[in-house]
Write a protein that binds this ligand. Structure first.
Ligand SMILES: NC(=O)c1ccc[n+]([C@@H]2O[C@H](COP(=O)([O-])OP(=O)(O)OC[C@H]3O[C@@H](n4cnc5c(N)ncnc54)[C@H](O)[C@@H]3O)[C@@H](O)[C@H]2O)c1
Length: 251
């Protein structure tokens, strides 16, 4: 049985989609959850909904832009003050940029910088603060990769490059932190029904799941299950891994 009883977990992007489903599950499993997200209204709604479902849930929320190192450091310090310790972290804050298909030959520098800043530098800022906070303790960090970390389909240069980068940071983090007892893993979701995906489909058109083994979109709750497993002691011998969770995208 997976238990996260009393563990303090910091989650970015927890106000929406996969992050929100993850926070809900972690609270159910007994964790104390600190959510960092750029959307103040999203945080308020998420907290209200979770407390409605689990009145006993221990949640701390902070408006944080993961692109800003000082803001991320401050959030993790506040999380330590609030929770007394840090046991795990989930880095899910992400964007898909301008919501249109940009080919490499047409790519826009400002859009590329924006996506790289949130998706890649944001994860680096978070990992840096989290690893420092975990120093001297065991812990588990889970990063958001994507099918776009493993192949060149389904998105634009900025998103693909950023998500390949997150896989690299995950592997490097695992190597650097393994001897300290900190595990670092990634999840690589396929098509998951979230606000990000719906907004992207509106402008780019739907990506078909016809070729996948399960022939459907994933639910955020299904991704949350894998994240909870990777945070828990049930995955104690797993590090540096990137788990595909995509309904059989490549079968
Ligand atoms: N939905 C999918 O199909 C899918 C597939 C593969 C990977 N992913 C990845 O999973 C993660 C979660 O995606 P989702 O679909 O749940 O998206 P979502 O848009 O529903 O949620 C993303 C959250 O990140 C927050 N955020 C955005 N920029 C931020 C910033 N600068 N600082 C702090 N928070 C910020 C948003 O406010 C939002 O709450 C992302 O990293 C995404 O790339 C999603």
């Amino acid at each position: 049985m997976i238990s996260l009883d009393g563990k303090v977990v910091a989650v970015t992007g927890g106000a929406s989609g996969i992050g929100f489903a993850t926070v809900k599950l972690l609270c159910t499993l007994g964790a104390k959850v600190s959510i960092g997200d750029i959307s103040e209204s999203g945080l308020d709604t998420a907290k209200e909904e979770i407390l409605r479902l689990h009145p006993e849930a221990m949640i701390y929320t902070a408006v944080v832009d993961v692109r800003k190192r000082v803001a991320v450091d401050g959030w993790i310090v506040d999380t330590l003050r609030w929770g007394g310790t840090l046991d795990g972290a989930v880095n899910l804050a992400g964007v898909v940029g301008r919501f249109e298909d940009l080919r490499i030959k047409d790519f826009d520098e400002s859009d590329f910088d924006f996506v790289m800043d949130v998706n890649l530098k944001g994860v680096l800022n978070c990992m840096r603060a989290q690893i420092n906070a975990l120093e001297g303790k065991t812990g588990s960090i889970v990063n958001a990769c994507s099918i776009s970390s493993l192949q060149g389909v389904g998105s634009d240069a900025a998103y693909i490059a950023s998500k390949h980068g997150v896989l690299g940071l995950t592997r490097l983090g695992a190597i650097e932190c393994g001897s300290s007892g900190i595990r670092v893993n990634a999840i690589a979701p396929g098509i998951v029904d979230t606000p990000m995906l719906r907004k992207s489909f509106e402008t780019r058109g739907e990506i078909s799941t016809d070729h996948t083994a399960l022939n459907r979109k994933g639910k955020p709750e299904e991704i949350a299950n894998l994240i909870a497993f990777l945070l828990s002691d049930c995955s104690s011998f797993i590090t540096g891994a990137c788990y595909s969770i995509d309904g059989g995208w490549n079968c």
